[in-house]
Write a protein that binds this ligand. Sequence first.
Ligand SMILES: *[C@@H]1O[C@H](CO)[C@@H](O)[C@H](O)[C@H]1NC(C)=O
Ligand SMILES: *[C@@H]1O[C@H](CO)[C@@H](O)[C@H](O)[C@H]1NC(C)=O
Ligand SMILES: *[C@@H]1O[C@H](CO)[C@@H](O)[C@H](O)[C@H]1NC(C)=O
Ligand SMILES: *[C@@H]1O[C@H](CO)[C@@H](O)[C@H](O)[C@H]1NC(C)=O
Length: 472
Amino acid sequence: MEYLPFFTFFCSLILLLNTELSFAADMITPTQFIRDGETLISSSQSFELGFFSPGNSNSRYVGIWYKISPKTVVWVANRKDPIPDRQGALTIDDNGILVLINQNKSIILSSNSSRVPENPVVQLLDSGNLVLRDSHDMSSESYMWQSFDYPSDTLLPGMKLGWNLKPLFERQLTPWKSADDPYPGDFTFRLDINVVPQLFITAAPSRKVVRSGPWDGLTFGGVPMMHNKVFKPRFVHTEDELYYAYEPFYDTVITQILVNPSGQVQRRVWNERIRGWRIMFSWPFDICDNYAECGASAYCRTSKTPNCVCLKGFESKSQDEWDTPETRKCVKKSPTESDCLNGEGFQMLKRMKLPDVNWFNQSMNIEECHVECLKNCSCRAYANFDEVGGSGGCLMWFSDLIDMKQCSNPLTAGQGIFIRVPASELANDFIKKKRIKIISSVSAIVGSFILGLVFWKAWKKTKNKGNKFIGS
Ligand SMILES: *[C@@H]1O[C@H](CO)[C@@H](O)[C@H](O)[C@H]1NC(C)=O
Ligand SMILES: *[C@@H]1O[C@H](CO)[C@@H](O)[C@H](O)[C@H]1NC(C)=O
Ligand SMILES: *[C@@H]1O[C@H](CO)[C@@H](O)[C@H](O)[C@H]1NC(C)=O
Ligand SMILES: *[C@@H]1O[C@H](CO)[C@@H](O)[C@H](O)[C@H]1NC(C)=O
């Protein structure tokens, strides 16, 4: 009898442990459900999956959030299909498909793949990836379906922003409509690969809002703080894939990329001391990041005002720096002068975010690039594609140079670009240089003459003094 209390305690402990275990599972099999109120927790407790209502909303969504920060939802399964009540459940159906069911309908999350798993399980991994896999093949990373292929507004370490080439599909980020509604907002953050890889923030339907320069082998030009001690950017280009991803430098660092409802891309780092997110940087970063801020034939800078600088051979049509980008135009100084095979040359601008790219040849090196551009009258500029990586490639511009930015911030990478300038500008340059040379030679001559005079006088004085001494 004495032992009864202890016995009951022991039993309830076992019961407690049991229920704890069943709640703390990281996967379900086809006979199991995750009902509203239940969650999956990844094996090392980093991420949790379950039902939630965002902000002031009463609708229910299935999401994945950080265990340490349940308010930070990184993925939403049913962004467009909120569940009105608490009757929703997540399960695997008879065909091995992951479905979210409510009273009346089922929302299909995964689809039939060519390989239907024999023993399907759905597992929440420690990376935050929800995967459909075969329970007899748990070591393999070949998933029948994974949430990382359908990003919401967050890019976690290991997720890919960009393209699968075979079969062709794209992974892009879209923000929530608002803090209360995960429905996809009007912006997208994506990797454009039409000519060369460039990052874009676009607004619906397809207006360019912000653009990075092309990947230069190490970073995307114009994007702040790609060099840092928090995360390593990674750019992968194989026959099958073309994407951007990143890994944290240290396992203890918790970091993410988020697109917020106003279309701003934020790099965030978890700060354990304040138990909150610190924003490492935002993009767009300054006024010069706005797409085509200065119009054509100009570049933007933040180091001085006015921000817009016309390229050599162009001048501003109006001096009013409050002009809108549409009216702020740089026009040719001497429209009648032909800058074709007429003695023109190139001006090199350093540390620039290259203009929006529309022509690229991988097999040409920078010398061939120069020769071809000079020969072709419609070539406005050229640049080395892989300036850092050294694998070559030639970029040329045959239309207006748009969205160029001077990267004066030392944490932002920029590249060199060679811009065609008419002969008259080169002549101006030559005259200017010559004038400077003449002025400096004249001042050198005058300077040495004065110096000589001073020395001569001083020498004469001491000589006179000396004479006096000798004389006395
Ligand atoms: C289910 O369908 C009935 C009738 O069509 C409708 O009144 C009810 O609101 C639906 N319930 C849910 C949860 O969608
Ligand atoms: C999935 O495949 C099974 C068997 O091939 C088929 O019966 C079912 O209709 C398919 N479901 C969908 C959603 O395509
Ligand atoms: C690229 O340049 C090489 C060498 O000049 C040339 O043979 C090739 O046709 C070019 N490719 C394209 C797509 O212009
Ligand atoms: C200049 O380059 C453009 C674009 O590649 C091409 O269409 C055009 O024919 C070239 N012109 C000359 C004169 O080579």
